[in-house]
Design a protein around this ligand. Structure first.
Ligand SMILES: C[S@@+](CC[C@H](N)C(=O)[O-])C[C@H]1O[C@@H](n2cnc3c(N)ncnc32)[C@H](O)[C@@H]1O
Length: 197
């Protein structure tokens, strides 16, 4: 088995999620305008989904309201549940992020442009995209970023950027899955590619 992996990144596009951090921890879906989706994505990426992919080579980016980007790397201590993840997100939005989260004023266009400049490959997860298992250019040794929509999919602005940047779409099947399940399925596929090498 080859152990050569590059960074595997997930970009969650959340145009409706407020950047104030003023949500109630006991009511994440409603008061947090679906911040729970981000919490579950984080748990999938850093906690329960990876089996062999090195956790230090995982990253989640969340672009909120197309104005604030949060970047998450492997936490030194894993939050135990959605509320603990949400509490760290809230601290970050209020200006005191824990060490594993960085916050910037990057919008989606800047985030995409930055990744492209770094030489990374961006894939858009979309039910009607090219089936993932037949995409031959997907390689664990390349910096791959997978972009996901929120509970409503991609808004008009993000869809426009996807076209403008000529990003490739990739599908896990015609069924619409939860974002966290998409993250787990992508990690499983990348791990399989790693062991098949
Ligand atoms: C819950 S789904 C969005 C819901 C659905 N698209 C809608 O508009 O009702 C959240 C995101 O997960 C990703 N996704 C869900 N199912 C997928 C699939 N079968 N293949 C690829 N991506 C998927 C897409 O990026 C989608 O925007």
């Amino acid at each position: 088995m080859s152990h050569f992996t590059e960074l595997l990144r997930f970009i969650l596009v959340m145009p409706e999620t407020p950047i104030s951090g003023d949500f109630i921890l006991k009511d994440l879906p409603s008061s947090g305008k679906r911040i729970d989706i981000l919490c579950r994505t984080l748990a999938a990426c850093f906690d329960w989904a990876p089996e062999i992919w090195p956790k230090e080579k995982l990253e989640v980016m969340a672009v909120l309201m197309n104005s604030i980007t949060l970047k998450f790397r492997m936490p030194p201590r894993l939050p135990l549940n959605e509320v603990e993840w949400a509490s760290d997100i809230q601290r970050s939005l209020r200006g005191s992020p824990p060490e594993y989260i960085t916050i910037s004023h990057e919008d989606l266009n800047e985030a995409i442009s930055h990744i492209k400049t770094e030489g990374g490959q961006i894939w858009v997860l979309e039910e009607n995209g090219k089936p993932m298992h037949i995409v031959r250019s997907l390689k664990p040794a390349v910096k791959n970023s997978f972009m996901l929509g929120d509970h409503k999919g991609f808004d008009e602005y993000s869809a426009g950027l996807i076209k403008e940047h000529n990003l490739k779409t990739i599908s896990l099947g015609k069924t619409s899955y939860l974002g966290s399940h998409c993250v787990a399925a992508v990690i499983a596929r990348m791990e399989r590619l790693l062991t098949d090498e």
